[in-house]
Write a protein that binds this ligand. Sequence first.
Ligand code: ADP
Ligand code: MG
Ligand code: MG
Length: 883
Amino acid sequence: RKWVYTFGNGAAEGSAGDRDLLGGKGANLAEMASLGLPVPPGLTIVTDACAWYYKNGRSLPDDLKVQVLEGIKGMEHATGRGFGDTAQPLLLSVRSGARTSMPGMMDTVLNLGLNDLTVEALAHNAGDARFAWDSYRRFIQMYGDVVMGIDHEVFEEILEDEKSRFGHELDTDLSAVEWQHVTGLYKEMIEEALGEPFPQDPHVQLWGAIGAVFASWNNPRAVTYRHLHSIPAEWGTAVTVQAMVFGNLGSSSATGVAFTRNPSTGEKALYGEFLVNAQGEDVVAGIRTPQSITEVARIDSGSDKPSLEKVMPEAFAEFGRICDRLEAHYRDMQDLEFTIERGKLWMLQARSGKRTTKAAMKIAVDMVAEGVIGEEEAVLRIDPASLDQLLHPTIDPRVERHVIGSGLPASPGAATGAIVFTAEEAVVAEEEGRKVILVRVETSPEDIHGMHAAEGILTTRGGMTSHAAVVARGMGIPCVAGAGTMRVDLRNELLIGMGVTLKKGDVITIDGSSGQVLKGEVPMLQPELSGDFAKLMEWADKARRMTVRTNADTPVDARAARSFGAEGIGLCRTEHMFFEGDRIHVMREMILAEDEAGRRTALDKLLPMQRSDFTELFSIMHGLPVTIRLLDPPLHEFLPKTEEEIAEVAAAMGMDATFLSQRVDALHEFNPMLGHRGCRLAISYPEIAEMQARAIFEAAVAAARETGAAVVPEIMVPLVGLRAELDYVKGVIDRVARDVMTEAKLEISYLVGTMIELPRAALRAHVIAEAAEFFSFGTNDLTQTTFGISRDDASAFIPTYQRKGIIEHDPFISLDFDGVGELIRIAAERGRQTRPDMKLGICGEHGGDPASIHFCESANLDYVSCSPFRVPIARLSAAQAAI
Ligand code: ADP
Ligand code: MG
Ligand code: MG
């Protein structure tokens, strides 16, 4: 079988499309060679050989060895040198390269083929003994480290000792004789450490290096990197063996790295660094300060070291032409590695360059203007998740961070404020115009108003799906959750972090994108939503099929969502409205009432409050669809819990504490998430649904009169499992609708639908659809009920599941396509059997997750609904899914 693909001299056996086979590096070297660019000749061993290596006790197949030697013959022919030849030695580099770039994770060996004889020949041929011994000592060090397993520190120590003995500061100060001396010490040290000499046979060196590159696929760095970037272990690495070119051949030689455009700003200008008389990783290793490639960049950086443009104008000009050529060829910004040997330019690597989100957007938009790519291609080039970086203030990357603790990056963006420990203090601070960070052990629904008032939220307990995290993401407020390294001392109003104790009122900054907690105020960069961002969004909107709505409970959310381009509300959770201000008292009065009459008295007081909320939401949405969900959570969520709280509330309500405590006990449930909630409440207490329906229709009348735009409210009944449940609640809604329309003498069209959040509802969708005019997939609960995993308890074991490879993704973050997804498909199909024009959407947290949005496109849903700050991400993802 074919293990080896060669390249060089204007031709290659592979091409850029062969990444899977040749790795990214090998594939692009082949492509550049075919383009006729100056690439030292070489060969690439396919990635499959890596699997073979591991399956066969870390050995190499015989036919592979034959093919490698065959390939080296070609390189000998092209260079006029011989591998192991003691007169005209050919030296090689042995390089790793996976399908996707894993920068610096695996090993490379340079100058292979040098030994005590070939080093002399190299010196003689180049007329430069210093260069030859510099190359040899580099080789021994790299080979000793990578293949023989001797820590590179040991080599560094020897070199440092000798340098100070010789009285030199820089590596470049050492003479040929001095390098020869260091080389001798290296070899002695190796023999002493391993009991065997440094291998002199170039073929032994070669197989050793190839094996070591395969072995480096499983070094701890690489394993961790793969884990972080979800790269499968089966992929394996390719190995490229290539003729060496030398950047360390004196003052007309150099090595460098460059981007064809600026990777942090996206500006169309060559950007990079190089070093004269250097090799390999010297540029990034920080041994010497590298110099700018262009003169403009040199002036910008204020450096007095000359640019490549200045010192090697011809090589620079050729490099510039190659950059243009490669950009046009790959139609993307390139990250390039090159070496100049005595004035002659050689290309050693090309790949798509990593860039910041800001740069990615500028480059995409610029390339459309340049006619390099089309609008849809530009839309595809932006990672939707990366937009999070843009939509919130971020900490200026140039400032130093004084970190005092860290937790989970629960809701992106950075915020600064004075510490407060209660929601009430946050509310007071907001009224007084002070900025605060709400610091809690964990949050509960009672803290909502305080969370709204705060600039940011910090909790010391809880995971990515804890109350604080979910609510903060929904509000677009930065949040660091579960900062276990910090402690809250409520009694003394202290926050204790790493080496610091902070009081109430002390200023901290939280970075919800990294999870860090910083001391004091920190300079920020503000989001910019015009320009390139706006242009890309416009293109995305043209390309997508699904509509994007928002989950919004308050006018603030609704306005933010509109400014991010939401096309309606997909989920308005009415219960949040009952926590605002004094309403909680009236709500409690309602819950604690002993009979229907008592409940109705309290509901009469709640009606105008709800009506005004809805009127405002309807006018903000100005004719766009608004889906309102009837009361969903179990009632005891609105009641005090601890004895202290009970006493406080009882006093405030003029009620007997013992009585209140009894009522709280009576409402207690063993498993509230599967208890008396959702439509079950509306069936037990139809007067609640009646009040909410009345508030909705009266608001629709008011908004229609006020704005002139027809509102079509969509009323959503939660937690339906039986058609009869929906029939019952729909009966209540329809009756109220008729009453209100008769009173107002105005026709209002409206829809009644249901959330699909129970497996039974999904399976019986064709029957439920006889009563429901729309379905909205409540995938938070649907995931919970399908898996039988409590959302609030999942963080205790989901991370373990992930670590042990039992599940890959947290199903509460990225939709479980196989199980929950199957139920969605079934429900969509059966629902549409009954009602072909039925509107289908998703309103769980998944509505803002790019992978889940792709699924929604494939399941042919009509819209996704997500928190306001995720609306742009959803617009972009929906477009990418449709293209
Ligand atoms: P990485 O994947 O870590 O970037 P590379 O295989 O690109 O590793 O090698 C690192 C560096 O070694 C290159 O940037 C280049 O400077 C140098 N190098 C690799 N191959 C050669 C070669 N054939 N001639 C000269 N230098 C080389
Ligand atoms: Mg490289
Ligand atoms: Mg639900």
